[in-house]
Design a protein around this ligand. Structure first.
Ligand code: SF4
Length: 337
């Protein structure tokens, strides 16, 4: 199943809650949010039913996201349901705060891999950036991943000029000890990033310049199919990634879509509208009817949100705060990042 740019649908990010226990300044900086109504949230059985349809249409990678997914009660039960499906990859992205208490249950349930967000190694910076004093819990969560038996762990770092741009080397060195591959993510102007400004973006080019100055020659590696991060190797074989969504978008190979916790399906992080899968599912649509709904939408997909944004002159935050307050679906934390 290919879209109008001949991109397949392989990757589904499922947000299991729009709630988060942090308030990172690049994602959820506001004091107040409008939350999705609880009655609208998909049950685990509904998510599992939808994943069956997506798997039949070619999805073989599923990532659970939020908000913060570990705030969803009994998440390992959903993992157990999804782990029984023919997926190549079943992963979780978490901010790590609650991870240490759940990591063994997640492993036992069949979760494949974990990515933890970690923007800084300094507790004071973490508190200032996330507006919460949770840094020790995050580090404890990261430390619990390998002993629980997980491999292929990743650390996601949003690289911000003037905030953590002096920690690139320290984070890579920390990643070696976990062990985890660090991926630096350029600051994106998606919904929720209400304080985004071009000068706050630490570009991929600048990151590579700084890392080369420290480590010596850096070798680009062949990219995994459709993976958002370009991967690189240091002279000693340590690898790291850069997700350069802002300065060098990778929309041309984008095979991912996003399901919100209330069952809206977004074909692009920048899409203004999602396709409501919840209502037809609750109204009794058959597997074939749901498959047709999804297929028709994917065939018509022409989204290249980050490429379109790059072409904008005088770039400002993508969605103004007033619009975000009217429709929480425009928020990145609702779409699962
Ligand atoms: S901006 Fe949209 S099309 Fe481009 S990579 Fe991101 S989700 Fe995919």
């Amino acid at each position: 199943m290919l879209d109008t740019y001949r991109r397949p649908l392989r990757n589904l990010r499922i947000s299991v809650t729009d709630r988060c226990n942090l308030r990172c300044r690049y994602c959820m900086p506001e004091a107040e949010y409008t939350w999705l109504p609880r009655r609208d949230l998909l049950t685990f059985e509904e998510i599992s039913t939808l994943v069956d349809v997506f798997v039949d249409l070619g999805v073989d990678k599923v990532r659970l996201t939020g908000g913060e997914p570990l705030l969803r009660r009994d998440l390992p039960s959903l993992v157990t349901m999804l782990a029984a499906k023919p997926l190549r990859d079943l992963a979780l992205t978490t901010n790590g705060v609650l991870l240490a208490g759940h990591v063994e249950a997640l492993k036992k349930a069949g979760l494949g891999r974990i990515t933890v967000s970690l923007d800084t190694l300094r507790a004071d910076r973490s508190k200032s950036l996330s507006q919460r004093a949770t840094h020790p819990s995050v580090l404890k969560g990261i430390a619990s991943v390998a002993p629980a038996g997980f491999t292929g762990t990743k650390i996601d770092t949003v690289a911000l000029n003037g905030v953590n741009d002096d920690e690139l080397v320290d984070l890579i060195e920390f990643g070696r000890t976990v062990p985890a591959e660090v991926r630096f993510i350029e600051y994106m102007d998606v919904g929720g990033a209400t304080t985004w400004a071009p000068e706050r973006v630490l570009s991929r080019a600048e990151m590579l310049t700084r890392l080369t100055a420290h480590y010596g020659p850096i070798t680009p590696l062949r990219n995994e199919d459709g993976a958002p991060a370009d991967r690189f190797e240091l002279p000693d074989g340590t690898t790291f990634g850069i997700v350069s969504s802002t300065t060098q978008p990778f929309c041309a190979t984008c095979d991912r879509s996003r399901l919100t916790a209330d069952g809206l399906w977004y074909l692009c992080l920048y899409a203004m509208d999602g396709i409501n899968l919840r209502d037809p599912l609750r109204e009794g649509a058959t597997h074939a009817e749901m498959a047709k709904l999804i297929t028709d939408a994917w065939w018509a997909r022409s989204d290249r949100g980050a490429v379109d944004r790059l072409a904008e002159r005088d770039r400002l935050p993508f969605i103004p705060l007033t619009a975000l307050k009217r429709d929480p679906h425009l928020e990145m934390h609702t779409r699962g990042g």
